[in-house]
Write a protein that binds this ligand. Structure first.
Ligand code: PLP
Length: 427
């Protein structure tokens, strides 16, 4: 879709007026004196999330250990219950989804289940732009098998230091590769990898394939029914707004249900025999069999409310608005910021970019400090990237307009020069 935007403030106000999702902003706790553009790092709290969190706190107070038995065992089966709400966001069957652990622990779980290196097929293929924890987990899984990551972890390098090219990934799928693990949307620059094509090519070569959906889930539609990868992992605190450290998602394709989980625990046991406390683990033959220990209900409860919003709005509508907002942000960047040294670091085409925009500027760090003092929350990444996510459910077009004006002010009037380049602990 190509929009004809205009540069003036009235036009931003007009865009908000005609926005069919505009009313959802009221469902979130928003400080109107600030502009939050960091939903790709930690999503805002919604009233719905607050309610389901308050509910479990009340139930704990009143019922204590009885909470496992009330409401038709809702909380005992909380992973399944939330998986049913989550499954449409990845286009999977509810049985293929578990709400469990963290992204990192789920990478360990999936890899330890599926990765069975042999003498001739033992490598794990990853890209060199992914979020570091993914590589740390893969390296340690390889080491647990007695292999050296230097031999067994194959890195697809970016040709241009900016993007990953699908053809390079496919070329690297040699006979010695056992498994491929990639991000669907790159956290650094919002690039979407062609999941259909890459998954198909991996299957052709008898290579297992898993996807990290952290920067994709809740921002772009995903359809695993047709893609049918082997596994996927994702966090729920970014675009899904599940709260800080909310429990993550794990997808295990049904063709693997018979495999024994790499990391087993009593919450992965069949419901019927779990409380018989037998010595022999009998795992549930669906994704919930990949749970390990007692679920962290307090970190799952806000997700219930947060997901109810996605059920009502629908991911297609969210994606439509997100694309329009990022288009608008790029338009304003081209029109007003490009002459002051800003370049756009994300792919421009709609089908190739996720929910955030990346601006590159050699003074990005000091500019991000100006933004901070102007009460704008963005995400700075070394060495020169400012990431901004105008989130469809709660950001407005006027938010986008104002951020661009503040960026303009910081470079045009050289405000960033009042700041030091010294980095803090969390950037
Ligand atoms: C956010 C993110 C993570 C986070 O992992 P946690 O285990 O939740 O800390 C991992 N990988 C990618 C690609 C991410 O974007």
């Amino acid at each position: 879709m190509h929009y004809k935007f205009e540069k003036n403030e009235l036009y931003a106000i007009h865009l908000d007026k005609i926005d069919p999702l505009g009313k959802w902003r009221e469902h979130f706790f928003i400080n109107e004196e600030e502009i939050y553009m960091c939903g790709n790092s930690l999503g805002l709290k919604s009233k719905e999330a607050s309610e389901t969190l308050d509910e479990i706190l009340e139930i704990w107070k009143k019922e204590c250990v009885g909470l496992w038995n009330i409401k038709n065992n809702k909380y005992f089966n909380y992973s399944n219950n939330l998986a049913a709400k989550m499954a449409p966001l990845v286009g999977a069957m509810p049985e293929e989804v578990a709400i469990v652990g963290s992204t990192t622990s789920n990478i360990h779980q999936a890899i330890s289940t599926l990765y069975k290196p042999t003498h001739s097929k033992f490598k794990i293929l990853i890209d060199d732009l992914n979020f570091p924890t993914d590589k740390y987990a893969i390296d340690s899984q390889v080491q647990l098998k007695g292999l050296d990551p230097k031999d067994a972890v194959k890195l697809v390098k970016s040709r241009d230091g900016q993007f990953i090219y699908e053809d390079d990934i496919i070329d690297a799928m040699t006979d010695d590769v056992a498994l491929v693990f990639l991000p669907l949307v790159l956290y650094s620059n919002s690039q979407i990898l062609d999941i259909n094509k890459v998954t198909k090519e991996a299957k052709k070569r008898n290579i297992l394939i898993g996807w990290d959906l952290c920067h994709a889930i809740g921002a772009i539609p995903i359809n695993f029914e047709s893609i049918s990868p082997d596994f996927a992992v994702w966090c729920t605190y970014k675009y899904l707004n599940g709260g800080p450290g909310s429990i993550a998602g794990l997808y295990i394709n049904q063709r693997h249900f018979d495999k024994t989980p790499g990391l087993s625990g009593w919450f992965g046991n069949k419901n019927e025999t779990q409380f018989q406390l037998k010595n022999q683990f009998e795992h549930e033959k669906n994704a919930s069999g990949w749970q390990i220990g007692t679920p962290s209900l307090l970190s799952m409860a806000p997700l219930e409310g947060a997901l109810s919003i996605f059920e009502k709005v629908g991911i297609e509508e969210i994606r439509k608005k997100s694309l329009k907002m990022t288009d608008y942000m790029m338009y304003l960047t081209d029109e007003t910021l490009s002459k002051y040294g800003f370049t756009i670091g994300n792919p421009r085409e709609s089908e190739n970019r996720g929910g955030h925009v990346c601006l590159i500027h050699e003074e990005a760090y000091r500019i991000s400090q100006v933004l901070k003092d102007s009460k704008v929350t963005v995400d700075f990444r070394e060495p020169n990237i400012i990431r901004m996510a105008p989130v469809a459910l709660y950001n407005s077009y006027i938010d986008v307009y104002k951020v661009i004006q503040i960026l303009l002010d910081s470079v045009k009037n050289e405000k960033y020069k009042n700041y030091s380049n010294h980095r803090g602990l969390v950037t």
